[in-house]
Design a protein around this ligand. Structure first.
Ligand code: ADP
Ligand code: MG
Length: 703
């Protein structure tokens, strides 16, 4: 596709979007598909055939030869199986075919995707089903053009085996419950959508250096590496000018994303050297979830074209900031009303205050579940590290809203909202600007930012599906309780105020506007009785708490077996991740670092021997000290290597996913740290020429 064209011309040109459907489908088929997209009406076989045919024509005109059902198994990455349009027609003629059936349903033999015991390998049937609410798209690369059809993935008996199915279910739940509450305010809307914008952080480093580090290749993060002389202490990278090589990557990335109909909008350098961020304009949550997967995929692919490697891991380098994903979340009706928008006089906006209260209640009741939904093994190195939100979940709502709630609690009514002030800069030529009603709180895990909530805990490599499935479901359940309470009330406004006051009273402990990075907050949170799940492994149990299961079952999002399966998978993912890291460390230490250090020691020893006659006592001592130090770290590394190896072997013999994961966390991770220390020490002693891998300084500053 020629991209010298105007952006408005080529935006979305690789998607089978509304304009294409309108142009290429006969009107009745177009309308039937629209009804299916907007209202969930079932699509008939005939219409599916018509749509499939139009899709095939469109894709083939753009060079596609294959199609794939694109899905999101519980691995957190996407999966696909390619089929060509090729078919054999009458008398052996080759024809290009794509039927409605092939569009709607696929059957990958998917027995090796994680199912957490939901499906034994002998019952390997899994189905992918077309999600018509997320547009099909074309993927172009050097291997050709493929038509990708976003699908949900489930088992023969209908259990969700992916991340999309529960997300779609949760969207139905919140749509249903939010409409009930809106009805009480006299509003009959067609649907309430969840809108999400996810800001993506990532690192870019030189590809050749990347390829020299097994740790980056196998585990996505550095498992060794001494601190460079310069870190991020100068704050000169954040929002700094973008290097040319990086900006040419960003340029191509934007073009590719725009063609896919993704509204990539903002880009800037992040806090750590070599760290960057991309933010799109928000979309409906399931589309945004698909888009974010595509953003991550495109980042990796395009980085390679520029001789770069894109690191999406939460903590690729110890000692500098890690990466996260800010998940901006709001509720918007089909008429465009944002239910999270306070308006000019929030104290009079009972509907807004009620929805806000619903979110607060949901957050307090299911804090651990939210923490779990934003967790992955890599995020353990970030959450609570005074660079990312703490692992303790709390909500920031800002001074103005706190004040309104305080008025309501004290007087049963709120009569004023704190006004926005003028910002005085002290230079007469600079115009006054109005400040936001409250400052930002960068340390809060879940902050209200004017017309949306921003969940800042999600790890950079994760799918945003889980976090949003949880947010949607818990808020839906909270709205359900509120609707039950309010339906049929006589003095509606009075009752609404009472409900809000009760919620705030019961759940105010989760509201916190202070410094989430401080030690005092950990103590204060404990006094308030807020849960503090320090690690991912600790958080997993929240998936199967009774209150979690009943909430999800009430909302029709997960069944108990589905949750139990997901919890098994979560433990399994943790063990597998740490196992790979540990084995990579063992390999790198025994075959790279220790041999390099031994060579270095030999050079020292040889030197001492050959020049000893020329050295006086103190010079000889000095040389021997250097050698001694190197040998000491080598010995330490060897012992740590042995312990790590033993621990990994013990772990692999343990039965039970949870037990194994806990052992990995308690023993293997510790042994990894003990191996890293002497190796990092050696890195600072050993001749740079001998050091077998690029250093931190070389990776994050020389790009
Ligand atoms: P920030 O407040 O973090 O500086 P922005 O206001 O630009 O940045 O928004 C960050 C992200 O939030 C963007 O992806 C943006 O599209 C998204 N966003 C803005 N408004 C909403 C909304 N009402 N609902 C969901 N996401 C939103
Ligand atoms: Mg943000």
């Amino acid at each position: 596709m020629d991209c010298d064209m105007d952006l408005t011309q080529y935006f979305g040109c690789n998607t089978f979007n509304d304009a294409v459907m309108r142009e290429r489908l006969p009107l009745p088929a177009y309308q039937a598909l629209k009804n299916s997209i907007e209202n969930g009406d079932e699509l008939s076989g005939e219409v599916a055939d018509v749509v499939a045919n139009a899709m095939k024509q469109w894709a083939m005109e753009r060079g596609a030869t294959h199609f794939t059902h694109w899905f999101q198994p519980m691995t957190g990455v996407t999966a696909e199986k390619h089929d060509s349009f090729l078919a054999v027609g009458d008398n052996g003629r080759v024809i290009m075919e794509f039927s409605g059936k092939e569009l709607i349903k696929g059957e990958p033999d998917a027995s090796s995707f994680p199912s957490g015991g939901l499906r034994a390998t002998f019952e390997a049937r899994g189905y992918t089903a077309w999600d018509c609410t997320s547009p099909a798209f074309l993927r172009e690369d050097s291997s050709g053009v493929t038509l990708c059809i976003p699908t949900a993935f489930c088992s023969y008996t209908g259990e969700a085996l992916d991340k999309k199915t529960p997300l779609l279910r949760s969207m139905e739940a919140i749509n249903r419950e939010a409409q009930r509450v809106l009805k009480l305010f006299g509003k009959n809307v067609k649907h309430v959508d969840v809108c999400v914008g996810s800001e993506q952080e990532y690192f870019l480093i030189d590809r050749e250096k990347y390829l020299k580090r097994d740790d980056l290749i196998f585990s996505g993060r550095t498992l060794f590496g001494a601190k460079p002389p310069k870190g991020q202490e100068m704050d000169d990278h954040y929002f700094g000018t973008i290097k040319e090589r990086v900006s040419s990557f960003m340029h191509e990335l934007n073009e590719e994303l725009w063609k896919l109909g993704i509204y990539a909008k903002t880009q800037h350098n992040e806090a750590a050297p070599a760290q960057h961020e991309l933010a799109p304009i928000y979309s409906t949550v399931n589309i945004e979830t698909d888009h974010n997967q595509l953003v991550m995929e495109c980042m990796k692919k395009i980085a390679a074209r520029h001789g770069l490697a894109c690191l999406l891991h939460e903590k690729p380098f110890a000692g500098v900031n890690g990466s996260g994903k800010h998940n901006n979340w709001s509720l918007v009706t089909n008429e465009g009303e944002n239910l999270m928008k306070p308006g000019k006089k929030p104290h009079e906006n009972l509907q807004f205050l009620l929805f806000l209260a619903a979110v607060i209640k949901a957050c307090d009741e299911h804090a651990e579940l939210i923490r779990m939904s934003a967790s992955c093994p890599g995020n353990d190195y970030r959450l609570g590290g005074a660079e990312a939100p703490p692992a303790i979940f709390s909500v920031f709502i800002g001074e103005q809203l706190e004040d309104i709630f305080a008025q309501l609690l004290a007087n049963g009514k709120a009569t004023s909202s704190k006004e926005r002030e003028l910002l005085k800069i002290g230079v007469s030529s600079i115009p006054y600007i109005k400040k936001d009603v409250s400052d930002r709180n960068r340390t809060s895990p879940f902050a209200f930012t004017g017309n949306k909530f921003e969940l800042r805990m999600v790890g950079s490599s994760m799918s945003i599906a889980d976090a949003n499935t949880v947010l949607n479901s818990i808020v839906a359940d909270s709205l359900r309780e509120i609707a039950n309470e309010l339906e049929g009330s006589v003095d509606f406004n009075d009752k609404v105020v009472k409900v809000i006051c009760k919620i705030i009273n019961d759940h105010k402990r989760v509201i916190f506007d202070g410094n989430g990075y401080s030690k005092e907050w950990v103590e204060e949170a404990a006094r308030r009785g807020l849960p503090n799940k320090e690690s991912y492994v600790d958080a997993i149990e929240a998936l199967t708490y009774d209150k979690t299961v009943s909430m999800f079952e009430r909302q029709g999002v997960f069944t108990r077996p589905e949750l139990e399966a997901r919890s098994e998978i979560a433990y399994e993912i943790y063990s597998k991740t740490v196992n790979i890291e540990a084995r990579t460390m063992i390999e790198m230490a025994s075959r790279k670092f220790i041999p390099a250090a031994v060579k270095h020691a030999k050079i020292l020893a040889d030197t001492i021997n050959s020049v000893s006659s020329a050295l006086d006592e103190s010079e000889a001592d000095n040389m021997r000290e250097m050698l001694g130090e190197a040998l000491e770290h080598i010995g330490e590394a060897r012992r740590a290597l042995k312990t790590l190896d033993d621990n990994v072997n013990t772990a692999s013999r343990l039965d039970g996913e949870e037990k194994r994961a806990r052992y990995f966390r308690d023993y293997v991770v510790k042994a990894m740290k003990n191996l890293r220390e002497p190796v990092d020490q050696l890195e600072t002693l050993v001749d740079a020429e001998l050091w077998p891998v690029p250093t931190y300084g070389e990776m994050i500053f020389e790009i």
